[in-house]
Design a protein around this ligand. Sequence first.
Ligand code: GLC
Length: 554
Amino acid sequence: MLENNWWHEAIIYQIYPRSFFDTTNNGIGDLKGIIQKLDYIESLGVNTLWINPITASAQVDNGYDSSNYTKIDPLFGTEEVVDLFFSETKKRGLKVIYDFPLNHTSDQHMWFKEALKGPDNPYRDYYVWADGPDEGLYPNNWTAAFGGSAWTKEMNGDQYYLHIFKKEMPELNWDHEPLRKDMAKVLNYLIDKGIDGIRLDAFIFIDVDKRFPDKDPDMETQDLIEYGENLKKYVKELKASVRARSKDIFVIGEATSADAQRIDEYTQEELLDGVITLSHFTDNDDLKIDELPEMNQHVPLDFDKFKRTQKAIQEHLADRPGPILFWNNHDRPRSPQKYGDMDNYRDETAKMMATLLYLQKGIPIIYYGEEVGMNNSGFEDPSNISDNGALSFYESASELGWSHDKIMKNLNLTVRDASRGIMQWSNTKWSGFTEDAAPWIISHQEATYNVEDQEKDENSILNYYRKLIELKKQPLFTRGGWKLLDTEKKIYAYKRNYEGTQANVFCNFSDEERVIENIVNASDDQLVLSTHDAELKDQKMVLPAYSAFVFVSE
Ligand code: GLC
């Protein structure tokens, strides 16, 4: 692995463009809005932006259903604005990562419209087709991630096309070479346009089992569609083509289910430079009940398992820039509210969780708004939630006798819409996100948990994040070794070391005070960042509820 790639020092800020800043007053954020906020983004100290898809889309899945990979969606701006965006970000030394939904297109993409014209059309094989069944409704029993069968019958023919996500998002057929060549061309276009990195969305599904076997009842469809036998070949080919165009493009892949072993396997120079997994969100699934769908039951984090998972990921990638470190993204509710205590210890929870994760080895991704301690949207009615399954969960849980409040709490902590609320810029109408058009998504305005108010407070979450990001830039935290310390359950503590410098990071992930002994040497260790004043007595250190302390010694 190359040692001096720019992403070794990357600190990424993820923006969900719809919810960031609206300059056209239509209730939907836009690219000009991002440009207008670049000073703010720069002031955080981050050096890289990842923006969720802004290219043309039917917007059935907010941009992940692409209808043209090389044109901006008019919802977000014009080609001139795209050019301005790249020139402004480059001027500031900010790198830009684009999202690339390469597993499927929209059914409105020209390729799919052509493919629907019939089996002889040159674009037919850009997609995955199966003949109708002799018996039964569908070619097999695979289910789609967003509900229902993974197959839909074409309108004017007898075949079925595969869609792992929504029916408006047909799967692309990566076995077909012309498709792979076209996808490489798309990336070349984007590289020439100015991107510095690319996120391969849902890439693990691009090579499904084309024999289309039925799954056993106790099997997940996932088992037959993930990590197909040619997956590595196609990723390698794409990476080689990217590298041939530019040596400097950071290629990350989203592999939601990847464990440490898989991340290791795919984080290789000829494959990916980083893997985004959800496997470190180790929810305590044992606490879920069988009578209700698993997906919308909120359960706490299994903290022991979290530690073990982090340790495995950190150790597997010890010689590479990347584990990708994140608590939040657009596909899951914001973690501080899910796992910490944002009712009683909001500032502490937000600061502690960021410290715990981001000072480890790896590349942080900060999701817009977490730097001011933004909470989840807090829907009051399931009909306002676009996630599939929310309504039926509501019905089933009601039948079981769950109260409205209990059901909504579970939904708000499990549906992905919850994390997509509008950015909290100020304590004014619509939080300063838009002027007077209602935002596209129900969002709560939150006094003081906004940028304007926190700018004025030296001890705010926002200003803590700035200090944390500054610290993260030191080689000790980007390149240093990492070791988890053996501490009691709810304490997460680790050492970093780099060329004779050492850091100790202590975090208390509980609402009770804890004391640790014989770890810190008060006279030599300098406290460089903390959520509270340090109380050190005779080698004993007091960790208040949800506290974090970072010591460095030369
Ligand atoms: C990824 C995206 C998610 C999207 C899905 C289908 O998981 O992060 O938002 O819905 O892929 O493209």
